[in-house]
Design a protein around this ligand. Sequence first.
Ligand SMILES: Cc1ncc(COP(=O)(O)O)c(C=O)c1O
Length: 431
Amino acid sequence: MPNYEKSRELYERACRVLAGGVASEFRKFSAPHPLFYVSGSGSRLTDVDGNVYLDFTLSQGPLVLGHSHPEVLSAVQQASAAGQLYAGQHLQELELAESLQRLIPCAELLRFSLSGSEADHAVLRLARAVTGRNRFLRFEGHYHGWFDNVAVGVGGTLADLGPRDNPTPVRWSQGLPAQIEHESLVLPWNDLELVEQAFARHGNELAAVITEPVMCNNGCIPPEPGFLRGLRDICDRHGTVLIFDEVITGFRTGLGGAQTLFGVTPDLAVFGKAMASGYPISVLTGKKKFMQPIAEGKVIHAGTMNSGNPSIAAALATLRVLERDQIPESLKAKGELLMAGLADVSQRAGHPLRIQGLGPMFHAGFTKLPAVRDYRDTLAYDKPAYAKFVVGMQDRGIRLIGRGLWYVSAAHSADDIDQAIATAYDVLKAM
Ligand SMILES: Cc1ncc(COP(=O)(O)O)c(C=O)c1O
């Protein structure tokens, strides 16, 4: 059994000064308590007690090249030596914008922000401005950041959610404004019929439909064939803006995001996470017509820290490596091997571990359901069993995200994949 003693002591100290002992809600949930880390290199991470982990969290996704990639670190060092933040224009920002415009189908104009949450906030504001409408449609279990307007419909139990064809918008937090339940219409995902019905009733009130193109945040559920195309058609018919939240799919499923993979171009899209290997940057982008209100100053988007030198340099270096070494293709191949290996050992160990996703990211969870198509289906996952699995993996040197999402990076070797599969077998047999 590994020793977590120093982490435990530091966590107790942290609880006296950081609210909940952490800097982000999702970091609270590690067992036996949040751990303190001292370094990361390639596919591995070391904690303060000296335990080394093969890492499939990749810091919730950003580290698509693994920890401390030398080309990224060197680019950041050079850019930082030149200056941290000009709060003015610089050539690297322009070069990054031009690369993204070339790679992403909807990216006629773009702006840089710091986080996915901010960029999601901005695109919803754009959609309202362009359409003159107030409400938007989102899907149960999708995550679009933690800001007020998207803090309904993120979670909830079956009882909270109400009927499928008329769900209750479930609040995720206290302290939200009164009007947000009215502003967001929430539906189960992957069901075009329900979307058609909602548009028949509310089409002329809906500024936007916002969706993760793959439902990465719950179950890593791919879209049913025709679902994204169907959303595109419905939005076109009703003059509603289609937004893809590509914060996870971007730069992971391919350099043009899921919109390239599925061949459906949204009006607006948001990218973040993997684009800069862990440095704070996001992109809001879209067709000219939909970004124009920002260009004209009719919709405000701002930020003191936007386009800081280290983040822009990290993004340029990350993109260069992703493109040069065709990383998204290799992530898919590696991820699919890992998925197949986990499915095989779970079957051999006699556990119903369902593996679902695209390869570069996928979900594992215990359920006997033959198909998991939407958030309501994910509620059937046996979460306590998966929590035990995660602890078993961590105790054997493999770090996983507690809610079942796995991320694969360029730094994971064939041996790492084999190690993960063999360790999973040991843990499953012991469960
Ligand atoms: C799909 C999606 N959108 C938006 C966000 C919010 O991004 P950030 O954490 O950078 O604010 C996340 C974060 O996990 C995400 O997964």
